[in-house]
Design a protein around this ligand. Structure first.
Ligand code: AMP
Length: 568
């Protein structure tokens, strides 16, 4: 089945989806449409947002729905008001030419009296959030006696939002003869439990395995200390001009803080989280869809209801605990055949979490360095030319006679001058700024001299694989130079180096393991890490000195013994 016209869907449905530009079914639609049309079993479908789930269940159901009956036949439950509105809008579009079919959305945060009034229209399809559906059941405003299909959309999300009791009540209140379709992006214990208790011998389908969907997304991570995270974020934004992105945070407070920081720094950004009123959330989403703002800072839950296909970047300001959430977030970019970039800011002590994400998702996530001022200006210049070559602005008119005689300038001189005007503020901002990568790994020295910076930049280039030969034999010279140190840190000599294929991430992991005694609630602070050819140096908070000394010698790296000593 490669075209919708090869399905058995009715001409009214085919006409409606044809107008929406749907030609071929998506992967999940290929699997669910024939199943729902011909099978009476329940269904568990593992699929992420953006895979075409709504059409996957609603098209075959619309095909079979009885339009002569005015009783509710399909109930769709979903986690948020936004998703509820989106799904009901989609179903209304698909049933545009089915004049007797009515769909009503019911959700919290809006007048229940108005919704009860709209139920008087006798819709056959209800799309609702669990809480509001329960309220309406309690007010005896919903008659579920003729329900034929129950869809649980984003079941994992509904459960993680605490709708467990509501879901179980609704599952019990609806007729036993119904067919239940459970859609979920992840299959955790809770989802398994619900399906075991309430679904009968369900057929299972799964689409878009994690890697399959993500091939066109490049994954990067940047290690940065907590205190420099916002500045690092600013640099990532500046180094990726013309972006349209979502920045994911863990908490509502963090989301607001990051958005405030960006707005204060002049970016067209805003926050989306659960502390905002519904009207405020609607306004923010509208601004983002219309591209009045091009950066949205959001919590995972709040971003769920947002349906945008053209994101260029996803930035993980904070890592999620669940690797699947990482995949979910990243999958917001790279849609509709476009390429996408996912960038994660990682605190030094999060190396283990990053490893877990890498191994659970099998995604290749490459370490990159926080862009320097120089990198940023280069990227901005590139961004100006990209815009020049791809966009044509015609906002205001002006008379060519206003252009003076410029024949004394060459083309390059003119372009140079115009770029100077255009990028002046940015260039001035970064002119005397320290590079963050070095700051994060070195000990927050404020009077870090220009020479040191140049030297560290060299060392970074070497890390990147350039000038490998040049640094042979220089290790001792470099490490013996006096450096200002943080008094709270102890500097260790470590017996492994580049020749042992040791990476910074490995060192972070080793330190985290050595300092985690299972008792301390707090993680050790990690300072400078310097990996040289044959050995390395790293800094760890003083109070963890003994843990490092005693634990490292009993650990192995790629089969090799490890040894750490306090450096002179
Ligand atoms: P969903 O996963 O249901 O949120 O759908 C994601 C997006 O894909 C929505 O914008 C749909 O309108 C669109 N879509 C769904 N099915 C198809 C299809 N077969 N062809 C083109 N676009 C589709």
């Amino acid at each position: 089945m490669n075209l919708f016209t090869e399905t058995n869907l009715s001409p009214d449905i085919l006409k409606a989806i044809g107008e929406l530009g749907y030609e071929s079914p998506t992967e999940i639609q290929k699997q669910t449409i024939p199943f729902i049309l011909s099978d009476i079993r329940d269904l568990i479908a593992l699929a992420q947002t953006g895979t075409g789930k709504t059409a996957a269940f609603s098209l075959p159901i619309l095909d079979m729905i009885d339009d002569t009956s005015r009783k509710i036949q399909l109930l769709v439950l979903c986690p948020t008001r936004e998703l509820c509105l989106q799904i009901s809008k989609d179903i209304k579009n698909y049933s545009k030419y089915m004049k007797d079919i009515k769909t009503t959305a019911v959700y919290g945060g809006s007048s229940i009296v108005d919704q009860m009034r709209s139920l008087k229209d006798k819709p056959q399809i209800i799309v609702g959030t669990p809480g509001r559906v329960i309220d309406l059941i309690n007010r005896k405003a919903l008659d579920f006696s003729a329900i034929h299909w129950l869809v649980l959309d984003e079941a994992d999300e509904m459960l993680s939002m605490g709708f467990k009791d509501e879901l179980e009540t609704i599952l019990r209140e609806t007729p036993e003869t119904k067919q239940t379709f459970l859609f979920s992006a992840t299959m955790n214990k809770e989802v398994e439990r619900i399906s075991k208790n309430y679904l009968t011998k369900p057929h299972r389908i799964s689409v878009g395995s994690i890697n399959e969907v993500k091939k066109n997304i490049t994954h990067e991570y940047y290690v940065v200390g907590y205190r420099q995270k916002k500045e690092a974020l600013k640099r990532l934004i500046d180094a990726n001009p013309n972006q349209y992105s979502i920045i994911f945070c863990r908490t509502r407070m963090e989301t607001q803080e990051v958005a405030d920081f960006l707005m204060q720094n002049g970016y067209a950004a805003d926050a989306l989280h659960g502390d905002l009123s519904q009207a405020q959330r609607d306004t923010v989403m509208k601004k983002f869809r219309l591209k009045n703002i091009d950066i949205l800072v959001a919590t995972d839950v709040a971003a769920r209801g947002l349906d945008v296909n053209s994101l260029t970047h996803v930035i993980h300001f904070s890592l999620p605990d669940d690797p699947e959430v990482f995949v979910h977030r990243s999958g917001r970019t790279g849609r509709a055949g476009k390429n996408g970039i996912s960038m994660a800011l990682i605190k030094p002590e999060e190396s283990r979490k990053l490893k877990q994400i890498k191994s659970a998702t099998k995604i290749e996530i490459n370490e990159k360095f926080i862009p320097t001022g120089e990198d940023i200006i280069k990227a901005q210049v590139g961004g100006v030319f990209e815009k020049l070559l791809t966009e044509h602005e015609d906002i205001f008119e002006f008379d060519n006679s206003l252009i003076p005689d410029l024949s004394n300038f060459t083309k390059e001189e003119l372009v140079h001058q115009l770029l100077q005007f255009q990028l002046k503020d940015l260039a001035l901002y970064y002119k005397d700024k320290h590079d963050l990568t070095e700051q994060k790994l070195s000990s927050r020295d404020d009077d870090y001299s220009r020479r040191d910076r140049g030297r560290d930049r060299d060392s970074r280039d070497r890390d990147r694989g350039r000038d490998r030969d040049r640094d042979r034999g220089r290790d001792r010279d470099r490490s013996s130079k006096p450096r200002r140190r943080d008094e709270n840190m102890v500097r260790f000599f470590f017996n492994l180096g580049k020749k042992d294929h040791l990476k910074k991430l490995d060192v972070l992991d080793i330190i985290n393991k050595a300092t985690d005694d299972g008792k301390s609630k707090r993680r050790a602070e990690i300072g400078d890490i310097e990996i040289l050819e044959k050995f390395s140096f790293f800094e760890v908070e003083k109070s963890f000195k003994d843990n490092v000394l005693s634990n490292i010698q009993s650990m192995k790296f790629k089969g090799k013994d490890m040894r750490a000593e306090v450096a002179n």
